[in-house]
Design a protein around this ligand. Structure first.
Ligand code: PEP
Ligand code: MG
Length: 962
């Protein structure tokens, strides 16, 4: 989930806000002279009161905190002298003051009226003037875009008189009546919270009456009657007349937008997107321009490049003779923007040039809205475009190659989850082909958010949430189109499917932002929400049936498809990660137990193995009996025999790892877990013994087994039970494990060390460059390490002598218990490297069992805010982190060149990686699949630190430029 820089209005100072806005744009120089001057004025205008209202030509892009993203960008476009209809912005501060006090703050409304006069002068029209009226839109605009989450009212300023005057002026009664009915409908639903259905039913009835499919085909007289019917609905439901006074319309609309900040869907969205709840929204009051004034008019929503694939072309949709909402709602079938170059070539050229200019100015791909009113182009919005993971990577690389941004900025613009996407499943090509051959490829729609997902169909958001979130089922949510109210279902679903909507539809925007595979606009598909079924090409799928969607290709399949991890060779991704590598200081290693994992990790860029859990190899079926024999042995001879059998297995394992990591360090951890983990469970054994005893007593021969055989089995099981009982511990995780086990069973350590060095010698002879690092787990006392080191050196010497070879190696320990961190200086006497085992270190620091953590009270703690994050997922910097810092400092006091890494799960978590960078670790080690993410996160950490240091040093230079 994308988290954003939060700024609390309580602590935000004008200077801080201006700086933050600047920082948010990286190293770009914002010409924000007005911002600096205007900010203090927000609190104390010249008359001593606060300034709550800004004209578009009073602000700029740096004022996002105060003017919201939309308002700041409208101001910036005005500053750039682009064709922007004039308007005013009521600030986020005004919203917060309104929400706190339950009413407009002092002087705000007067300021709106004064600004409105100026807008009238700029537009050359007057609000409420029946002859040549100014109509305005009223839109929300928070600091961070929240698509469709808050409210908008268009065509404010219309009443019967104004409508009549406008009809006379334009000679277009149809257009005026359409605008009027939209105002009443939006005012009713948005401002007065009326349901949409009664209004839609009226429109549907009129369409049926006229036998037309679109509202656009209703004529002027029809729409006049529709408007009257809407007003009747308004009155019946609100017990008040539709307000005729344009200023009253505006006043109520502003209040409605303010209130929408705390609407349920806005709160849900902010929770999901990690946006702070105290930012408030600005309100943009803007002169209306009309795309629905006939064939020479139109409206569109585009991105300046393709935000699904990252390709360079302008991408998006438009409609002629329509208002903006028609494009986004996906109710009418839109045209691709390329068609505009044929339909209105001059306008298209002007528009394309503006797109280029905006991209260059913002140094970022933009998402823009435009309207053409009778052959004149107007820009209504620009903002940084949301994008898919694939596009995020490609756009960053392309913009850097085009020198619009630096490589450092390109790296910073790509988020860990974008890289993670490339490691996510896609449909298995063979399975896909088989599904096609079976005729299960049932439809194709727009591929708006890449990735592949299978799941059962859910026809509404609540069902998707119930099944997906609560019952943990894989769900694909299907709708005719999605609305902001559906977001909770979309978040719970694995994938999204809609029959309507375009690339800029709500479903597409939200899916892309949250990385959900999505296919929209499957026009051939009929989604019947009532009957809970979809029909396409003669096939009917019902709720609960499995379906698969491929957001990369736009294909929809009946049934479930197998998925595979994508090929990690996308050239832009490789380039970007290559750049990331030039910025990071932390090494990125992998936790790998088998050669195939090591190979994968290396192909993803791992620079070493930071943890091989050798015990995992013991669990394999051909080894487990020998492991058990070794554990149960009563005398050394039997144990040695079992160990001798295990030795070649381990030698092969290690040789495989050395070969896979030729030239890179391989950290092998000696056996760690309590031995009982290799033996059958106590309760199962007890049951078997009792059963065998009973059978023998009853002479039940268990399918022909001889009595002697049963007695032999019973004896073996009893012996095992006795051994298990002998080893039983109340808290095995705090018992005979880790280094304690090695000390208790030195012959096991000797076997593992021998296997490591024999493998190293074999590989070295083959020409492989081996770099073994031998690691002892769970050390708490330095003398434990001394004993292990002596043992190891003795065995290593023997092997190397036998093999007549010299293999340099390192000996080190994990830091997994608080005591080890506290006495790190003494531990470093014997250890050449430390690796933080933060799974155990978190467990032992908190005293919370790592095995039960997520299933127990920890979830409750997070729900109650006692813990903000799961400390087993993201390092607890204030507790565990303090111990780590201490260990680093003390360890390096004793041994300045002490090599230090981390190999707990936190090694793949971006926030934890940032911390590891700051406390001076040498490397992080994580699962092979997290290696690319860790490479990027390590670069982010280095760039963030460089920026912070540059800031602290008072220099203007931000992150290092390349
Ligand atoms: C750890 O404790 O963080 C660790 C890496 O070891 P394991 O998870 O194997 O206990
Ligand atoms: Mg551990």
């Amino acid at each position: 989930m994308p988290t954003r820089t939060r700024s609390s209005t309580a602590t935000r100072t004008p200077a801080k806000a201006a700086k933050a806005a600047k920082a948010a744009k990286g190293t770009r120089a914002t010409k924000s002279t007005k911002a600096q001057a205007a900010k203090p004025a927000a609190r104390a205008a010249s008359g001593g009161g606060a300034k709550w209202v800004y004209l578009f030509n009073e602000g700029d892009a740096s004022m996002r905190d105060l003017l919201g993203g939309k308002g700041a960008n409208l101001a910036e476009m005005t500053r750039l002298e682009l064709p922007v209809p004039p308007g005013l912005i009521v600030t986020t501060d005004a919203c917060n003051a309104y929400l706190a006090a339950g009413g407009f703050p002092d002087t705000m409304w007067q300021q709106v009226l004064v600004a409105l006069k100026k807008v009238e002068r700029q537009a050359g029209k007057r609000f409420g003037d029946a002859k040549d009226p100014l109509l305005v839109s009223c839109r929300s605009g928070a600091k961070f875009s929240m698509p469709g989450m808050m409210d908008t009212v268009l065509n404010i300023g219309l009443n019967d008189k104004v409508a009549a005057g406008l009809t006379e002026l334009t000679g277009d009664a149809r257009f005026v009546n359409d605008a009027y009915r939209r105002l009443v409908q939006m005012f009713g639903t948005v401002v007065m919270n009326l349901p949409d259905e009664p209004f839609e039913e009226v429109l549907a009835a009129w369409r049926a009456k006229r036998g037309v499919a679109n509202d656009a085909d209703l004529d002027a007289a029809d729409l006049r009657e529709v408007t009257d019917e809407f007003k009747r609905i308004f009155k019946a439901r609100t017990k008040s007349e539709f307000p005729d006074d344009p200023l009253e319309q505006m006043r109520l609309a502003i209040a409605a937008v303010f209130n929408s900040w705390n609407g349920k869907r806005a709160i849900d969205y902010r929770n999901a997107a990690g946006i702070a709840h105290d930012l408030g929204t600005a309100v943009n009051i803007q002169t209306m321009v009309f795309g629905n004034m006939g064939a020479g008019s139109g409206t569109g929503v585009v991105t300046t490049r393709n935000v699904t694939s990252g390709e360079r072309d302008i991408e998006g949709d438009y409609l002629t003779n329509a208002q903006g909402e028609d494009v986004v709602a996906g109710i009418r079938e839109t045209k691709r923007i390329a068609a505009l170059s044929e339909e209105m070539p001059k306008i298209y050229r002007e528009f394309a040039a503006i797109c280029k200019r905006l991209e260059k100015h913002y140094r970022e791909v933009q998402d823009v809205e435009f309207t053409i009113e009778r052959g004149k182009l107007w820009m209504l919005q620009t903002r940084d475009a949301k994008r898919s993971a694939v596009a995020a990577v490609r756009l960053a690389v392309d913009l850097a190659n085009e020198k619009l941004i630096t490589r450092a900025e390109a790296v910073q613009r790509v988020k860990p989850e974008h890289v993670d996407y490339f490691l996510h499943p896609q449909f298995d090509p063979q399975d896909r082909a088989a599904a096609k051959a079976r005729g299960d490829a049932i439809a194709t729609g727009l591929n708006v958010s890449p990735g592949a997902a299978s799941g059962i169909l859910a026809f509404d958001a609540d069902t998707a949430e119930q099944w997906g979130l609560k019952e943990k089922k894989a769900v694909i949510m299907v709708r005719p189109e999605t609305k902001p109210d559906d977001v909770h279902g979309m978040l719970a679903a694995r994938g999204i499917l809609t029959s309507r909507g375009g690339r800029t539809s709500h479903a597409a925007l939200v899916a892309r932002q949250f990385g959900k595979p999505a296919v929209v606009g499957v026009l051939a598909m009929d989604v019947d929400v009532e009957k809970r079924q979809l029909t396409v090409g003669g096939r009917t799928l019902r709720e609960g049936d499995p379906v698969s969607v491929d957001g990369t290709t736009g294909e929809v399949f009946a049934g479930e498809l197998k998925t595979v991890v994508p090929d990690f060779k996308e050239p832009h991704l490789l380039t970007l990660l290559g750049w990331a590598d030039t910025f990071r200081r932390l090494g990125v290693w992998a936790n790998a137990d088998y050669p195939r994992d090591a190979e994968r990790a290396r192909s993803y860029g791992a620079e070493g193995i930071g943890l091989t859990r050798t015990e995992h190899m013991f669990f394999e079926t051909d080894r487990l009996p020998h492991v058990q024999r070794m554990i149960l042995a009563r005398d050394e001879a039997v144990r040695d025999q079992a160990l001798a059998t295990l030795l070649p297995f381990q030698r092969d394992d290690f040789a495989g790892l050395f070969r896979a990591m030729d030239g890179l360090p391989v950290t092998i951890r000696l056996i760690d877990p309590p031995l009982h983990e290799f033996l059958p469970a106590h309760d199962d054994l007890q049951k078997t013994v009792t059963e065998l005893e009973t059978r023998l007593r009853l002479r039940d021969d268990d399918g022909g087994k001889s009595k002697a055989a049963m007695e032999a089995e019973l004896a073996a099981k009893r012996e095992m039970l006795q051994a298990v009982e002998g080893m039983r511990e109340q808290n095995p995780m705090l018992g005979l494990r880790g280094v304690r086990l090695g000390i208790h069973m030195p012959s096991l350590v000797r076997m593992q060390v021998r296997a490591i060095f024999e493998a190293a010698c074999i590989c070295a002879k083959e020409g492989v460059k081996v770099k073994p690092k031998i690691m002892i787990p769970l050390t708490a006392v330095s003398s434990e390490l001394k004993i292990e080191r002596d043992l190891l050196e003795d065995e290593a010497k023997k092997v190397l002598k036998e093999q007549r070879q010299r293999i340099p190696y390192q000996f080190g320990t994990m830091i997994e218990v608080p005591r080890a961190a506290v006495v790190a200086e003494r531990i470093a006497e014997y250890a050449e490297f430390f690796s933080f085992g933060t799974n155990d270190l978190t467990q032992t620091t908190f005293g919370i069992s790592r095995d039960d953590a997520e299933t127990g009270f920890l979830t409750e703690y997070m729900g109650k805010g006692i813990l903000l994050r799961n400390p087993f997922a993201t390092l607890d910097q204030g507790g565990v982190g303090v111990l780590m810092e201490m260990a680093v400092r003390l360890g390096r006091t004793r041994r300045p060149d002490l090599n230090i890494g981390i190999c707990g799960e936190h090694g793949g978590d971006p926030a934890s990686i940032d911390f590891c960078h700051r406390i001076g670790l040498d490397y992080v080690s994580c699962s092979p699949f997290r290696v690319p993410v860790a490479r990027l996160a390590a670069a982010h950490a280095a760039l963030a630190q460089a920026a912070a240091e540059a800031k602290a040093a008072g220099t203007k230079k931000g992150a290092r430029r390349r």
